[in-house]
Each structure stands twice: as C-alpha cells, then as structure tokens.
Design a binder for this molecule. Structure first.
Ligand SMILES: Cc1cc2nc3c(=O)[nH]c(=O)nc-3n(C[C@H](O)[C@H](O)[C@H](O)COP(=O)(O)OP(=O)(O)OC[C@H]3O[C@@H](n4cnc5c(N)ncnc54)[C@H](O)[C@@H]3O)c2cc1C
Length: 338
C-alpha cells in the first residue's frame, strides 16, 4: 500500500472527545484521493521505534470541496486516537493511503435509514450529505450518544434538517435521558419502513442489536450495510477448531484469472497468496480494515477473527483473507467481487 504525505490544513474541536482533521489536497494527489461517501482513509503514524496503521472514515463528502476531513474520537488509553487529538497541529504532514471501503450508498434508489452511535456518525454524515445533494431520496437517521455534549456534528445535522425538512429527519437518542438503546426503541424508529437501504455504524453491541432487529423484521440482508470500527482484534477462533494442515493448495480468482495457490501450512490464505506473488487488496492484516474481504465460492475456512464482518456478510460467503485458515481442500475464493 502506498502512503502520500498530506498536509493538515485545519483541526476542529467537535466535542471534548473528538476532533476533525482536514487535509489539504495538492493537485498531484487529487485523482488518487477521489472517494465515495462512506469510505475511509488509512493513516500511518510514527509511534516509538515503529508506526501505527489506523483507519478513519471520511466525514467530508465528495464533490463538496477539495479537502478531505476525518473525525477522530478518543479511545480510552488508545494510542493513535489520543495522539491525533493531542499533538497534531495545522501544517503537520501525515502519511495517508488512498480512500477505500465498501460502506457506500447503493444504486438501489430506495429511501435510506441510518443508525449511528458515537464516532460511528463519521461515514454516516458523509453518506447523508452526499445523498441529500445528489439524489431525491428521503433519509432517516437514528443517532445514539451518551449525552448531549458528545453529539458530534449536532449543528450540522440541525442545519440539514432545516435545509431538507421533507427529506431528512434525525432522531437523537441520549442514554443520559432515555437509557441504553434497546430493541423496542429501534423497532419503533423503523416502524414499517423495511424496504430501505440500512446503514449501521457504532460500537459492536449497538451494531449487533440493530442488525438483529432488522433481521427479525424481515429486512433483506442485501440492504443492510455495516461498518465496524474494530480495534486490535484478538483471535476469536475456537481452539478446538481443527485446522487442516495437510492442505496443499487452494484456488483464487484475481483480476479475472483463476490461480492455484500453494498453501503455506499454518499461514493465512492472504500470506500464501502474497508468497505466490499474488496481490489481492489488503492493508492492516489485523482484521481491522476489511480491505481483504473476498467471497468464498466453495470450501470451508476458519477465521481467526471475523468481528468486522456482519452475520449477513458471513452468510453471503464473505471472508477476510488475512484471517482465514483452510479447513477443506476445495477452497475457491473470488477476490474480484465486492
Ligand atoms: C474502517 C474503519 C473506520 C474507522 N473510522 C473511525 C472514525 O471515523 N473515527 C474514529 O474515531 N475511529 C475510527 N475507527 C477506529 C480507529 O481506526 C482506531 O481503531 C481507534 O482510533 C483506536 O485506535 P487507538 O490507536 O487510539 O487505540 P489502540 O491503541 O489500538 O487501543 C485500542 C484499545 O485497546 C487497548 N489497548 C491498547 N494497547 C493495549 C495493549 N498492549 N494491551 C491491552 N490493551 C491495549 C486500549 O486501552 C484501547 O482501549 C475506524 C476503524 C476502522 C476499521
């Protein structure tokens, strides 16, 4: 992955825990940094003798202005998030990789309902602004926060409400006033509007709850989109899972061609592909960014960690190459599908 030195052009305090950081885009990088609403940037930050790779969703929207904006919320004892909130200055240079991500508006041309909690608003606000400007679709947002002081983009959301009163409505849920988000609150918000595109971003339990309510209501999995802000992902693989170390190879479709890839016992499918000079899209190799998500066409794998994928993703056959170990010898993965 290539990183480009971008200059910090502005820093905005959104709440006591979150700052937006704007990067100036020089003409030479403009096409590299073209992006779609909902995508994210990956930053490489110096840390002690090494570096930290972290992803941050773009809270700006394409075609609005020439600057890229991310919004970073502090994580308790988190390294990168506190570094960015505490020490970054206007004029600093940060190594940033080109935008990527699959949490983007669809061409379904149906109304959109979005669920955000905390910093999960970042890709969501990008999608909202873009969709309001570029389409005639109506949009509903459910936005949960611990209390009013932690609402990121409160004024901007209010402004959008005023600008698009017939097309945009936003319900704020504050745990300080209304308790934690629960099934009833979500069901009530969705009402009977299940023929929509649903976008969800926030802490794990919030996303899991929302996804399960949508599934209970019979929403088509193909219209549910989830962005997971995973931190360091521990292995969730059941130690009892029997990894088949006798497997000699697996098949992978990449750039329209099918390859037989020698499997390096004990390694992941991604590591085996890289060793075989095949380069599917990937970045963090830690189950954080989701860039190496591919579709498993046949065979079985065990993933060391799959938290970033929703139940729906897994049912559709999606796997993370960087976490997958083979269980059977008939594996075919398609790296060309989204
Ligand atoms: C696609 C994507 C988009 C994202 N978009 C955003 C966004 O728009 N805004 C945003 O704020 N975040 C976003 N994130 C999350 C972001 O990438 C980081 O994960 C987040 O900022 C935390 O990183 P950190 O370095 O501060 O925390 P880390 O230092 O990685 O720490 C994370 C947690 O682990 C604990 N921890 C750290 N080190 C150790 C250790 N050695 N042992 C035990 N525990 C430890 C910390 O206490 C902390 O609770 C996104 C993530 C992804 C994958």
């Amino acid at each position: 992955m290539n990183f480009y030195p971008l200059i910090v052009s502005d820093i905005i305090e959104e709440t006591s825990l979150a700052k937006s950081i704007t990067f100036q885009l020089e003409d030479k990088y403009r096409s590299t940094f073209n992006y779609q609403a909902g995508q994210f940037l990956s930053l490489r930050l110096p840390w002690e003798d090494s570096f930290l790779d972290r992803s941050y969703s773009l809270s700006s929207s394409p075609n609005e202005n020439s600057q890229l904006k991310i919004t970073v919320k502090r994580v308790l004892d988190g390294r990168a998030s506190n570094l960015l909130n505490d020490t970054l200055k206007i004029g600093d240079i940060v190594d940033v990789a080109a935008p990527t991500g699959r949490f983007i508006p669809t061409a379904n041309n149906i109304p959109i309902t979005l669920f955000a909690a905390g910093s999960g608003i970042t890709p969501i606000i990008s999608i909202i602004r873009h969709t309001l400007k570029q389409t005639e679709l109506s949009i509903s947002l459910f936005y949960a926060n611990s209390n009013e002081n932690q609402i990121i983009f409160e004024q901007e959301l209010e402004q959008l409400n005023k600008e698009y009163p017939d097309r945009f409505n936003c319900l704020h849920h504050l745990s300080s006033d209304n308790g934690r988000v629960n099934k009833i609150v979500i069901k009530h918000f969705i009402d009977s509007r299940i023929q929509q595109d649903f976008f969800i971003c926030g802490p794990g339990p919030f996303m899991d709850l929302t996804e399960s309510v949508l599934q209970e209501l019979g929403v088509d999995d193909k219209t549910i989109f989830i962005e997971r802000f995973i931190s360091d992902a521990e292995s969730t693989l059941d130690p009892e899972t029997l990894i088949n170390t006798n497997i000699k190879s697996f098949n992978a479709i990449l750039d329209g061609e099918q390859h037989s890839v020698p499997y390096l016992g004990d390694k992941t499918l991604l590591e085996s592909m890289l060793a075989h000079n095949l380069k599917p899209a990937y970045f963090c190799q830690k189950a954080r960014c989701g860039m190496c998500t591919v579709t498993k066409v046949t065979g079985d794998v065990a993933m060391r960690n799959s938290e970033i994928l929703s139940k729906g993703d897994i049912e559709k056959g999606q796997i993370l190459l960087c976490q997958s170990l083979p269980l059977t010898d008939d594996i075919l993965v398609n790296c060309d599908t989204d």
